[in-house]
Design a protein around this ligand. Structure first.
Ligand code: HEC
Length: 137
């Protein structure tokens, strides 16, 4: 009786996740961004990703801003927003939920690249960024 209930529950879960579409992984997102950029995945660069993460840019109010400013110098650690709200670590090694939801990833790239660079990030930059974070331990 209980077993049957569990089985039908699992079957239902299977249907729901099939409807929601396959979850992304850091590797599948890297492949998508490389394709968008028109380069092979092997052309994505962890070094450029790290530079994108660390480089400071003049912010709107004259203060220097960078990705590391909120996500901290070490992306395996929790960060803080400007109003002090905790941000879970960005590196998948420390937070397996990162880079598994394409819509969430796109939303935050758009918002944070605008915030820091005052423009959107290119597909190549997004691919570089995930390449670097995937290696952070
Ligand atoms: C003002 C603070 C702030 C800055 C600066 C910032 N971020 Fe974020 N970032 C956040 C917050 C808040 C979230 C969403 C909360 C969460 O997911 O934990 C987030 C989430 C993300 C995500 C979502 C990843 C996922 O799969 O969940 C990506 C990608 C991201 N940021 C990239 C960047 C990049 C690239 C930069 C620099 C160009 C940057 N962020 C700078 C605050 C910031």
């Amino acid at each position: 009786m209980i077993k049957r209930f569990v089985c039908s529950g699992l079957a239902m879960l299977g249907t729901v996740s099939a409807l929601a579409g396959a979850a992304e992984t850091p590797a599948s997102l890297m492949a998508q961004y490389a394709k968008q950029a028109g380069v092979p995945v092997s052309a994505l660069s962890a070094e450029r990703g790290a530079a994108l993460y660390r480089t400071e840019h003049p912010g709107r109010n004259g203060q220097a801003v960078s990705c590391a400013g909120c996500h901290t110098a070490n992306p395996t650690q929790a960060g803080r927003t400007r109003i002090g709200k905790r941000i879970e670590p960005l590196a998948p090694a420390a937070n397996p939920q990162r880079f598994t939801d394409a819509a969430k990833v796109e939303k935050w790239f758009r918002r944070n690249c605008q915030d820091v660079l005052q423009r959107e990030c290119s597909a190549q930059e997004k691919g570089d960024f995930i390449t670097w974070l995937s290696q952070a331990k």
